[in-house]
Structures are given as structure tokens and as C-alpha cells.
Write a protein that binds this ligand. Structure first.
Ligand code: FAD
Length: 379
């Protein structure tokens, strides 16, 4: 890495996703050598959102604050500067990032953890899109307001039969019914594949299917949603087709065939050694499912390897687990457990297990937990 004579060398964390939140936490506990380091985190907002609790929030079981990670407090604890902004272009050759507000930032070392996004089709009617979460947290309360104050039936078409789509559809129906039991609803779930929850054991799909049918959802499996499928006035819930951000395609970085940042086993870009990536942004080989659990598991390797690169030490290798546990929240407090080797389980005890894991994760970022760390001083 080349040092600029005008400024301290800059380690730029782009996106406050799960991996970067944990990386900063690690550095708050084991500070980086900061004498010539400017550590900057760029994220569109002060808070990052923990997706595992989104269905519980939508179902009305959790307050929004329960899923917010305060990046400003986290940065302060880690000696980093939080810059509010959104990457719009990345020039990997010149090591420069451009933000949507026109500002540019040079970097010596970059780490990308901006997650994935969804791009719903143009649709005349209302559409709730699961990503970005920063939009969903505004769209969902607005949707609820309208629902509460209007009359008449609702036709809801959900698109996407993955875990998030199933959890959120159940949460939405539960909440809408609680608020206005008098308003009739009709819900359908479209999935291009002919079974739900591809990649999960069949028992998980069966349990989810039953939960959806009990909630009155009509399943349209093996059917790719087309604009003509939803009659005028119906509402879309869009949960299909996670995609990488558009700016990655023009960055000059090596990408996977589906457009994510191609990394080696050390989470380092396959084309540019000064760039790392983790979470949904990273295309690992062999490919990993895009999940918060995977992003969390990559964090220790990322934190260590950014540190090692900074001080010129050898990199570690990320060894992903062959199968990870997934817990799908049901709106009544139960949950479905899914594991490639163990199969599936369901019940209130699984719900309590999920709650304990989620609350345990968030507790690490609570103000009192961060305050107990020794801040090395803001750069
Ligand atoms: C409703 C829902 C529920 C889910 N539940 C689970 C679950 O229970 N378990 C599980 O394992 N997975 C779950 N997932 C999947 C999980 O959310 C993702 O796989 C995970 O969030 C990826 O984490 P990440 O660290 O890569 O990025 P993210 O957590 O998506 O964070 C990305 C961050 O980057 C920021 N960002 C985005 N674009 C830019 C930009 N251009 N410039 C700067 N910053 C940017 C974002 O604002 C955000 O703060 C769920 C997904 C959804 C939608």
C-alpha cells in the first residue's frame, strides 16, 4: 500500500453491515495501531438494521429500536469516523470512492459490506420491498397507517418463496389482521421454484407451507410472477431476486457471474489486493448462501485480515461451515429451525431460542456495552 504524504493512510469501511459492525466491535476491544491510520465508515444512515429481527418488528413484537445498531457510538468506541453517505461509484484502479452527494474519498485499504438489494418491477399499485431495509422501515409504518384508516378488502401478492419472504408475509398478515380484523384480505405467494425455501430441508418447506395455508395464503408455486398476475388495486410484497449494487459492475473489480465482488479464501478481492469484502457483497468460492449468519461468521476473519494487511502480516483463511442454522420467525412467537444436517423443528421453544440469539447479538451493541469498552480516541 502506498502512503500519501498529504494525509494519514485511510482504511475505508464501506457499508455498516453485520460484518463491519462486528469488525468495529473487535477493533474497539483490540484497537488497531492508529498513529498513521484514518479509519472511516461510510453508511447512508447513523443506524444499521439487524435483519433477523425485522419480521418480529413488522409483526409488532419488537420496537424499531431493538433492531438498530448505533454506528456513531460503535465508531466512537473503535476510533473511527462515521461518514453519512452512499457509494455511487468505485474506481478500484485509482482507489477512489464517489458518494451520491458528489464527494470523493481516496483509500489505501477498502472493505465492502454493503449487502444486496432488491429491484421490484414498475408497478402501478403500492409495493412493499424488503430491501433496502432503510426504506422498509419507513414504508411499513406508512402502509399500516393507510391500512388502519381506509376501508375495503386488500389483495396482497407476495413474490419470493425464500426465508425472508415467508417470514415477512406471515408477519404482515398477522399485523394487518390485528389492526383491522374487520377488513378482509386475500393473499397469494408466488415462487418461481416449485417448492418453498429452496436450499432448506423439505421438512422446513412443509412446515412453512402449513403456516402459510393456515394464515389463508394461496400458494402459486412454480409460477414466476408477471405484471398481469396482480389485478389493479392489489398490493405487492417484493422479496425475490437479491442483487448486487449497480456500482460494483463499473468498479473494475473482479466479479462473480452474478455480479458480486469475487474474493479469495482470505476475503480479499481476486483482482485488487487493497480491497476486501464480506457478507452478501462477497462472492466466495464455492458460493455461500446470502445470509446474516454468513456475514456474521466472516467478521472475525475480516477484522483480522484488515489488521494484518495494515501492519504487513500474513492473512488468515475463512473456513465457512458447511451448513448453518436458520431460524424462521412465526408471528405468534414460535419459530421453525432449519439445518441441512439436522433437518427441521418447530415450536415456541424454537421461538425462544431465536429470541435469545437475536437479543444476545444486539446486546453486544447496546450503549452500556459500548461504553464499557475503552475508546482509543476518535480519528
Ligand atoms: C426481512 C429479512 C429478514 C432476514 N432474516 C434473516 C435471518 O433471520 N437470518 C439470516 O441469516 N439472514 C436473514 N436475512 C438475510 C440478511 O439480511 C442478509 O443476508 C444480511 O443482512 C447480509 O448482511 P451484510 O452484512 O452483507 O449487509 P447488510 O446487513 O445488508 O448491511 C449493508 C449495509 O450497507 C449499507 N449500504 C448499502 N448500500 C450502500 C452504499 N451504496 N453505500 C454505503 N452503504 C451502503 C446499508 O445501509 C447497510 O447498513 C434477512 C433478510 C431480510 C430482508
Amino acid at each position: 500500500m502506498s502512503a500519501s504524504p498529504q494525509r494519514r493512510r485511510r482504511l475505508l469501511l464501506l457499508g455498516g453491515g453485520h460484518s463491519h459492525a462486528l469488525t468495529l466491535l473487535d477493533w474497539a476491544q483490540r484497537p488497531l495501531p492508529t498513529s498513521d491510520l484514518e479509519l472511516v465508515l461510510v453508511n447512508p444512515s447513523r443506524h444499521s438494521l439487524y435483519s433477523g429481527l425485522v419480521p418480529a418488528w413488522m409483526a409488532g413484537r419488537q420496537a424499531l429500536a431493538a433492531l438498530q445498531i448505533d454506528l456513531a457510538a460503535l465508531c466512537q468506541a473503535a476510533g473511527a469516523r462515521l461518514m453519512l453517505g452512499e457509494a455511487e461509484a468505485l474506481d478500484a484502479q485509482h482507489q477512489r470512492l464517489r458518494l451520491s452527494n458528489g464527494e470523493s474519498l481516496d483509500y489505501d485499504l477498502l472493505s465492502v459490506n454493503t449487502g444486496s438489494t432488491l429491484r421490484p418491477p414498475e408497478h402501478a399499485g403500492p409495493c412493499l420491498t424488503l430491501r433496502p431495509l432503510s426504506r422498509l422501515i419507513h414504508d411499513w409504518p406508512a402502509f399500516l397507517q393507510t391500512w388502519q384508516h381506509e376501508d375495503g378488502p386488500l389483495a396482497l401478492d407476495a413474490v419470493g418463496g425464500g426465508a425472508a419472504g415467508v417470514e415477512v408475509l406471515l408477519a404482515v398478515l398477522h399485523r394487518l389482521h390485528l389492526l383491522r380484523p374487520d377488513r378482509p384480505m386475500q393473499a397469494r405467494l408466488f415462487s418461481a421454484s416449485d417448492r418453498l425455501l429452496v436450499g432448506h430441508p423439505t421438512g422446513v418447506a412443509r412446515r412453512a407451507e402449513l403456516a402459510l395455508r393456515q394464515a389463508g395464503v394461496q400458494l402459486a408455486l412454480g409460477r414466476r410472477w408477471q405484471p398481469g398476475d396482480s389485478p389493479a388495486g392489489s398490493c405487492l410484497l417484493w422479496a425475490a431476486g437479491a442483487q448486487p449494487p449497480a456500482w460494483l459492475a463499473r468498479s473494475g473489480l473482479a466479479l462473480s457471474s452474478d455480479g458480486y465482488l469475487a474474493v479469495n479464501p482470505s476475503l480479499q478481492s481476486r483482482s485488487h489486493p487493497s480491497v476486501f469484502a464480506a457478507g452478501d457483497s462477497a462472492a466466495f468460492s464455492p458460493p455461500l448462501d446470502k445470509s446474516g449468519v454468513r456475514a456474521v461468521r466472516m467478521a472475525p476473519t475480516l477484522a483480522d485480515n484488515l489488521r494484518a494487511t495494515w501492519v504487513g502480516q500474513p492473512l488468515q483463511v475463512h473456513r465457512p461451515q458447511s451448513a448453518v442454522l436458520a431460524l424462521l420467525a412465526l408471528p405468534d412467537g414460535r419459530a421453525i429451525a432449519s439445518h441441512a444436517r439436522w433437518g427441521s423443528a418447530q415450536g415456541r421453544w424454537v421461538g425462544r431460542w431465536k429470541d435469545a440469539l437475536d437479543v444476545g447479538f444486539m446486546r453486544r451493541f447496546a450503549p452500556e456495552a459500548l461504553a464499557s469498552l475503552n475508546p482509543p480516541g476518535v480519528s
